[in-house]
Design a protein around this ligand. Structure first.
Ligand SMILES: O=C(NC/C=C/[C@H]1O[C@@H](n2ccc(=O)cc2)[C@H](O)[C@@H]1O)c1cc([N+](=O)[O-])cc(O)c1O
Ligand SMILES: [Mg+2]
Length: 214
């Protein structure tokens, strides 16, 4: 049977990116998705904004919702200080398998822990099962109708602390209207929109950065 898009992307990474070189993995994926076949990675333009926020926060514990092929896991993990870690949640076993190989190829497997399952099931397990007290940074890039319920769940599980930064992809395209309304109107968040473009296209999209105020 025909290979899947993530499988073709992984093959390209193994053929073109230098093992252990995270930047070459990022560049290789972006070149492939721009030139050969589009994929829903955060991409280079929004990825630069992601980098800037990760560097600013310099999280000890980061959570990513929606690993897909591991592109943003690599972007985030390559910027983490020594001893810091990224937990990334993926629901689809095939995607998780590809993502593990991409993260390994980038040499970042020691900083990234990929958890397979639904965010709604895994978030309540973070404290007991994964020793998380509170989270410093969260990147939301999974199903767009899960951004708001999962944010409420993070609140209810006391996983946010004063200053925790949430960064959400695709708040314009495909759009996350209920999430945007919530973080922009809630007195518990200070939100800021970073205008950009949908990965590898000229369509408008952007990232919403929301700081939890406690
Ligand atoms: O739909 C989009 N993203 C949905 C991502 C979903 C990912 O999150 C995982 N997940 C992990 C845990 C869960 O609980 C549920 C799903 C899914 O298994 C998938 O790997 C999207 C679409 C466009 N677009 O232009 O159409 C652009 C983007 O940047 C996007 O992110
Ligand atoms: Mg996205």
């Amino acid at each position: 049977t025909r290979s899947t898009r993530p499988q073709r992307l992984l093959t390209h990474v193994k053929q073109r990116a230098r093992r252990g070189d995270a930047q070459s993995v990022i560049t290789t994926i972006d070149d492939y998705c721009r030139a050969r076949e589009w994929a829903m990675n955060v991409g280079d333009e929004k990825g630069s904004i992601l980098d800037q926020v990760v560097c600013e926060v310099s999280p000890d514990v980061a959570l990513e919702l929606g690993t897909y092929c591991g592109y943003s896991s690599v972007r985030i993990a390559r910027l983490l200080p020594p001893g810091a870690r990224l937990l990334t949640v993926e629901f689809n076993h095939d995607y998780a398998t590809i993502a593990r190989e991409v993260i390994d190829w980038a040499g970042l497997q020691d900083r990234v822990q990929l958890l397979e399952g639904a965010s709604g099931d895994l978030i309540p397990q973070l404290r007991q099962k994964h020793g998380i007290e509170t989270l410093d940074f969260i990147f939301l890039d999974h199903w767009k109708d899960r951004y708001l319920p999962d944010t409420r769940l993070l609140e209810d599980c006391s996983l946010l602390r004063r200053g925790t930064v949430l960064l959400a992809d695709n708040v314009i395209c495909p759009g996350t209207p209920d999430y945007l309304e919530y973080v922009r109107s809630s007195p518990r968040y200070q939100s800021q929109y970073f205008s950009s473009h949908l990965e590898y296209t000229r369509a408008e999209d952007g990232l919403e950065k929301s700081v939890f105020l406690g």
